[in-house]
Design a protein around this ligand. Structure first.
Ligand SMILES: Nc1ncnc2c1ncn2[C@@H]1O[C@H](COP(=O)(O)OP(=O)(O)O)[C@@H](O)[C@H]1O
Ligand SMILES: [Mg+2]
Length: 372
């Protein structure tokens, strides 16, 4: 049955493709006006895109867009000698938009010129699915962090694959990754030199020169794998939908993380104390019409203060239809519904990506920042 479903979903024409971009979109991301783009094209040093058969409109491929943003956003690119900044998206609760946030972050940062490695550590493989791959049918063990966790491999490079999205490489996940939950503690008992919480961190070391940002999507639990994701990270993004229950469980995330952190710091053999460059709480799936909204928003502000990002992701119908499992707002080539609805969603995600990029750039320029 899985084979059949796979055949249906992934027929050649159903392969996922990245969208193309207009001159206006390109100009906006480069921070210049359309006239400037036309002028720069005459200099012939950046990709000119192609003109639509109907004439007039210029269209840029994603890879072309990225050449432009790299050129025009040079001050925000990774400085020579600095390493990739790793960001985990986490929360113990499922359905809070962790995976959506991870994907949007990877896409948004790559559109801004950065080279991104996306790592799916959730055995459910939702981030893998968003890349157009079926976890049950298309993912084998050597495409995941599995061999790293069980000690067969010590360097993540074996697992990295390119994707449909220029500028995002992927380490995938699939249900068999549940076995990592047994492999990690078992290794700790067998080999006393292994720090079970630093396995992913150490495995990523060799690629921190190859990427600008590493985005890790985590499972909805404080599992061994989640701990590895957090310990490999310079920054954390915690999406919190504004509902009372979600708020309570996200508060638990921080207290458990703090307890665990001080414990592991004591257990560690070297002097590796865990510290983060940035922590962000993101209000996700905000329903403006919900009467409880103002109160919950206030609790969140009062609790997290400056850690709350000054942007809210609206609950939106742009992707919450059947296609949502396979696409984010950044995958939409042409939205069929109201332009205003689409713009509101894209503007919110754009603002979110810009804020996280600021933290990433900030970490590179901190005297002690820029990765370990
Ligand atoms: N802003 C949003 N508006 C509406 N639906 C959303 C939004 N963000 C995410 N969703 C939907 O909510 C569900 C859970 O999101 P997901 O990112 O998979 O959460 P998690 O990884 O935390 O389990 C998915 O069906 C997703 O499409
Ligand atoms: Mg998820």
């Amino acid at each position: 049955m899985v084979e059949q479903i796979r055949g249906r979903l992934l027929a050649p024409e159903a392969r996922k493709t990245a969208p193309t971009y207009s001159t206006a979109q390109l100009a906006a991301l480069c921070g210049v006006d359309k006239a400037h783009i036309s002028y720069r094209i005459t200099k012939d040093d950046l990709p000119a895109g192609r003109l639509t058969p109907a004439g007039g409109k210029r269209i840029f491929e994603l890879s072309e867009m990225r050449s432009w943003t790299r050129a025009y956003r040079e001050d925000k690119m990774r400085p020579a000698g600095k390493k990739a900044i790793t960001i985990s998206v986490g929360n113990f609760k499922g359905g809070v938009a962790k995976t959506t946030t991870s994907m949007v972050l990877a896409q948004g940062l790559s559109l801004r010129g950065h080279r991104v490695l996306a790592i799916d550590t959730d055995p459910q493989g939702s981030l893998t699915t968003l890349h157009g791959l079926l976890p049950e049918a298309e993912i084998s063990e050597e495409m995941t962090i599995g061999p790293l966790c069980d000690g067969t491999e010590s360097d993540i490079r074996y697992a990295i694959r390119s994707t449909y999205w220029d500028g995002i490489d992927l380490v995938a996940a699939a249900p068999f990754l549940f076995s990592a939950e047994f492999a990690l503690p078992a290794r700790q008992m067998q080999e006393s030199s292994v720090e079970f919480w630093n396995v992913l961190n150490d495995g990523l070391e060799s690629v921190r020169d190859l990427y600008d940002v590493i985005v890790i999507d985590t499972p909805p639990s404080l599992s061994y794998v989640t701990i590895n994701a957090l310990w490999a990270s310079n920054g954390i993004v915690v999406p919190v939908p504004p509902s009372g229950l979600d708020f309570a469980s996200s508060a638990q995330f921080w207290s458990l993380l703090a307890d665990l952190g001080s414990n592991l710091d004591k257990q560690g053999k070297g002097a590796r104390k865990k510290a983060f460059d940035f922590l962000h709480v993101l209000l996700s799936r905000v329903d403006q019409a919900d009467p409880a909204m103002p109160a919950v928003r206030q609790w969140i502000q009062a609790t997290y203060g400056e850690y709350t990002l000054p942007v809210e992701i609206p609950k939106t119908s742009v992707t919450s239809n059947k296609a949502a499992e396979f696409a984010t707002v950044y995958d939409v080539q042409k939205y069929e519904g109201a332009a205003k609805t689409y713009k509101r969603a894209v503007d919110a995600y754009d603002a979110f990506v810009d804020l996280v990029e600021q933290s990433v750039v900030g970490a590179w320029h901190e005297p002690a920042g820029g990765g370990r």
